[in-house]
Design a protein. Structure first.
Length: 579
């Protein structure tokens, strides 16, 4: 009744009670803006209305600090690590209808208390959440130490050329000059980066390094940011690989309410080398945790495609490391013979150079003009494939060809309503046994069953299949790719959504046998070369473009990208200039 009298809907009342129980009354009476940290989608205006009902004035410090944090979180949601101070003050002042001086005073108080950090980058003042600032500094310092370890690297052999020749003989593979240089320098370097587009042999380099390390008795850890990417590494290398979170032994700390890692500076990874595939997906906070868990003298090898979209989380880690020129970086450019036969591969490189792709073979164009026509053609083409083989990708969530509407249509194709299938309505969504779904936010507390064990945590972007719907308990059970069973009570169904179609951003780290991509007019900020390149490189056997080729050509030429505010490159460049 307390929350309802403040104007909250049943949805948020249930969510709030599920999170903090009876403490909700005291917390909200004391400072209603706590809700913004837990439920950012509630929006500042809604919480501000609640605060006014509770008698909190327009210049109250709780209100001003919450507005600054809310504004800063808006930057983080777009991938930025910091906000320019003057720009942040102006935006906060506008939606607070307050004075800039008052906002600046509050920012200084927040910096003094340690919740934010005001720093200078390139001569301009910027504002970080303190955690991001600490992470950026820690990553720069730790990587610099790993690149030049005081006690040196564990030796792999006196004659590296001989090791590479033996590897080629043992594996019946011939490395190109580029690949040989990448292997050689990765063996010699404390930190190295291997980047290149599809078909350039990144997997071959990884396998060669694994062969050499194992042949010399080294312990190696291989990981990737997503479960699907880790599974692909296992399939191509024959070695065990896992997610970075699992490598670092993540767990949820009930006392602090934060995710923690069992592997850290106090309990580092007991390996001689760490190889991370799909490193473009590493965000700032995960990179900090990884660096924290690597002991001096361990080689760190990052493998990824720098031309793909950056991480979903804040930061631009891989691009910053490459652009800093602090570490050895191998740029693989040569397309190898077998890959050159695929138009998916050759067209991905054409797109990356701003050229229009050629159609035919495994890269098809199905003409379509009106958006409704394109929608129906996508549904018809998808229906010809097994669900496990096909994935529809789209640049946006909204509109006729956005993921929300595509999912409603594709659900009718792959999993129509039936008396034999249990289903549960959640707002405008319908979840049905057999639906493909995706987790859309990190949930470190959600319990999952793996065999006879219970583990916690489901992460943003993981895809699974609904295996059970309990109408009486109003819950849904999802089986994820790595055989984890997760049960979602009704109050947490906002954390999953249908995944017959997903945005290109959400598809990062995954590959699918068949990718279908609608091609119509999209806002220029979305219709970019990097997004198109990322979408095309998700296809393993076939990419089908449905729509207009002129829009695709324009997308390939649109090389604008939303640059991210990140200071990691500057910090590494500063370290480089010191020596």
């Amino acid at each position: 009744m307390f929350l309802r009298n403040l104007g909250f809907t049943n949805y948020y009342i249930i969510k709030i009670f599920d999170l903090v129980g009876d403490a909700a009354i005291g917390l909200t009476e004391d400072n209603p803006y706590w809700l913004l940290e837990e439920f950012p989608r509630m929006g500042f205006e809604k919480v501000d209305q609640v605060a006014r009902k509770l008698g909190i004035g327009p210049d109250d410090n709780y209100r001003l600090e919450a507005a600054v944090a809310y504004g800063l979180r808006a930057y983080s949601a777009e991938g930025h690590v910091y906000a320019p101070l003057d720009e942040l003050c102006l935006k906060v002042t506008e939606f607070l209808d307050s004075s800039t001086d008052l906002v600046r005073d509050v920012l200084e108080d927040m910096a003094y208390s340690g919740s934010v950090q005001i720093a200078n980058l390139a001569g301009s003042p910027v504002v970080y959440f303190y955690g991001y600032y600490k992470a950026e500094c820690a990553i720069a310092g730790k990587l610099a130490a790993l690149a030049d370890p005081a006690e040196g690297l564990a030796p792999v052999g006196a004659d590296i050329d001989a090791l590479i020749r033996k590897c080629q003989t043992d594996r019946c593979v011939e490395l190109s000059e580029e690949q040989t240089a990448a292997v050689k320098n990765s063996l010699r370097s404390g930190v190295s980066i291997i980047t290149g587009g599809p078909g350039t042999g990144k997997t071959t380099v990884i396998n060669a390094l694994l062969n050499i390390f194992e042949g010399n008795g080294h312990r190696i850890a291989v990981a990737a940011p997503t479960g699907r990417a880790a599974k692909r590494v296992m399939e191509t290398s024959g070695r065990f690989a896992c997610t970075v979170h699992r490598l670092l032994e993540y767990y949820y700390d009930e006392e602090t309410g934060y995710m923690c890692f069992g592997r850290n500076a106090a309990e580092p990874l007991d390996v001689n080398a760490v190889i991370i595939d799909e490193a473009s997906m590493l965000d700032l906070m995960l990179m900090e945790a990884l660096c924290d868990a690597i002991k001096p003298g361990t080689r760190l090898i990052l493998v990824g495609d720098a031309d793909q979209l950056p991480s979903v989380g804040a930061g631009n880690v891989l691009a910053d490391l490459i652009d800093s020129e602090y570490f050895f970086t191998a740029h693989l450019t040569e397309i190898h013979r077998q890959s050159a036969e695929s138009r998916i591969v050759t067209n991905a490189h054409r797109i990356n150079h701003g050229d229009e792709p050629s159609y035919g073979g495994d890269f098809m164009l199905v003409p379509g003009d009106k958006q409704q026509e394109i929608l129906e053609k996508i549904a018809s083409i998808a229906a010809r494939h097994q669900l496990s083989d096909v994935q529809v990708l789209t640049p946006t969530k909204k509109g006729i060809l956005g993921s929300v509407n595509l999912n409603e249509r594709l659900q009718q194709v792959f999993n129509p309503s039936s008396p034999e299938k249990s289903q549960l309505e959640f707002g405008s969504k319908v979840f049905r046994v057999g639906d493909r779904v995706m987790q859309i936010k990190n949930n470190y507390r959600l319990e999952c069953r793996v065999g006879g064990e219970t583990v916690k945590g489901v992460f943003n972007g993981e895809i699974g299949i609904i295996k059970g719907v309990d109408k009486e308990m109003r819950s849904v059970t999802v089986l994820y790719d790595d055989e984890r069973w997760a049960e979602y009570p009704y109050v947490q169904l906002d954390e999953i959504e249908l995944a017959y179609a997903v945005t290109v951003h959400k598809s990062q780290g995954s590959e699918f046998p068949v990718v279908i991509l609608p091609m119509t007019w999209f806002p220029p900020v979305l219709a970019t070369r990097s997004l198109l390149y990322t979408a095309v490189t998700r296809g393993k056997k076939q990419v089908i473009i449905v729509g207009r080729s002129d829009y695709l050509a324009a997308m390939a030429q649109n090389n604008q990208s939303r640059s991210r505010n990140s200071g990691l490159k500057d910090r590494l460049t500063g370290l480089y200039q010191m020596f």
